[in-house]
Design a protein. Structure first.
Length: 334
């Protein structure tokens, strides 16, 4: 069931009119995102026997844009004004900050001022946020970019949903989430029956809503179905900046510290302290690779009050220091 907020968010297409989608391809975009979205529209046309949807590709400067898989696509045109009733979907991928140029951001702001419905697929939610188009809105982004997005755009209500619809702003988590968004839009425009027919053609047996989260459950991820272990890990994941002591974690699930230690050793072959440290360092690595936060601010965001302790733990985990990791990301000087 869709939320009340989502149901009335984007106006359905008038009966008999072809809905037009404009896909802005950013350098390094994710091919699956583009293919999933366009194919859902194509199949809707086929199954309905009518041209319900049309689409085109645009890119900065026109010409070709290369996806993260290395395949190049010829765009239909440059960044020009689009129709007021069109839907603009920005397709992101790797290195989205670098791909979100000043010209791209300025163009998105201009189109937004004209009242266009605009969405960010995969990491392109970052692009919309950088353009100021998600301020005060709900949004989602691929889970790998979740931590860095939350640090850079605290004013945005970031969810872990597979997709969100908030007013004239759409966002998805990437991967197959584009299918879920497009099925939602097809159902909104032309009914659930057509959306189900499209899903069947795509061998898509479970249509997700904005209430579904993008990551696997903790038991599935760790390969262990133990309620109290899952509860402790969930609390760890929710308290990265201010780590909770093993004694408090154990008390919260009605165990002694020694029992908690045995539980982690038995199922995960590491202590609770070690597992917690790996979670914190994993977030730190994401922030180092995906943001321009200072090393000390990354350390603080991940529960380290001492830069030297952070560096020591990081080296033990990844075989390099945070400073060298950041330097490796930047690459050699031109």
């Amino acid at each position: 069931m869709t939320s009340q907020r989502q149901t009335g968010a984007v106006t359905a297409a008038p009966e008999g009119r072809t809905s037009h989608y404009v896909f802005l391809l950013l350098d390094g975009f994710t091919l699956m995102c583009l293919a999933s979205a366009i194919d859902a529209l194509r199949i809707a046309n086929r199954m309905s026997g009518a041209k319900l949807y049309s689409w085109e590709l645009v890119g900065e400067g026109g010409g070709t844009v290369t996806c993260s898989a290395g395949t190049s696509f010829v765009t239909d045109r440059d960044l020009q004004e689009i129709g007021r009733d069109d839907t603009l979907l920005v397709v992101g991928g790797i290195d989205v900050a670098e791909a979100s140029t000043k010209r791209v951001l300025a163009w998105l702001r201009r189109e937004a001022r004209r009242g266009i419905t605009i969405g960010g697929l995969c990491t392109a939610s970052w692009t919309l946020a950088a353009a100021g188009l998600l301020d005060g809105k709900r949004a989602t982004i691929h889970w790998e970019n979740h931590d860095s997005f939350a640090e850079e755009f605290p004013e945005i209500e970031l969810t872990k949903s597979v997709f969100t619809v908030d007013g004239k702003r759409l966002s998805t988590a990437g991967g197959t989430a584009e299918v879920d968004l497009m099925l939602h839009l097809i159902a909104r425009d032309h009914g659930e029956e057509l959306a189900s027919l499209v899903a069947d053609q795509m061998i898509y047996s479970s249509i997700r809503t904005d209430q579904d989260t993008q990551r696997l459950s903790i038991p599935t991820r760790i390969g262990v179905r133990h309620p109290r272990l899952s509860q402790v890990i969930r609390e760890m994941e929710q308290n990265i900046e201010d780590p909770v002591s093993p004694a408090s974690l154990a008390a919260d699930v009605g165990m002694s510290t020694r029992q908690l230690e045995r539980l982690f050793r038995r199922y995960l072959n590491r202590s609770p302290k070690r597992y917690y440290m790996e979670l914190r360092l994993g977030k730190a690595r994401n922030l180092l690779m995906q943001t321009d936060m200072t090393i000390i601010n990354v350390a603080l965001a991940c529960g380290f009050t001492s830069p030297s302790h952070f560096s020591k733990c990081y080296r033990a985990q990844y075989g390099t220091t945070p400073y060298r990791e950041r330097g490796a990301k930047a690459g050699p000087a031109a």
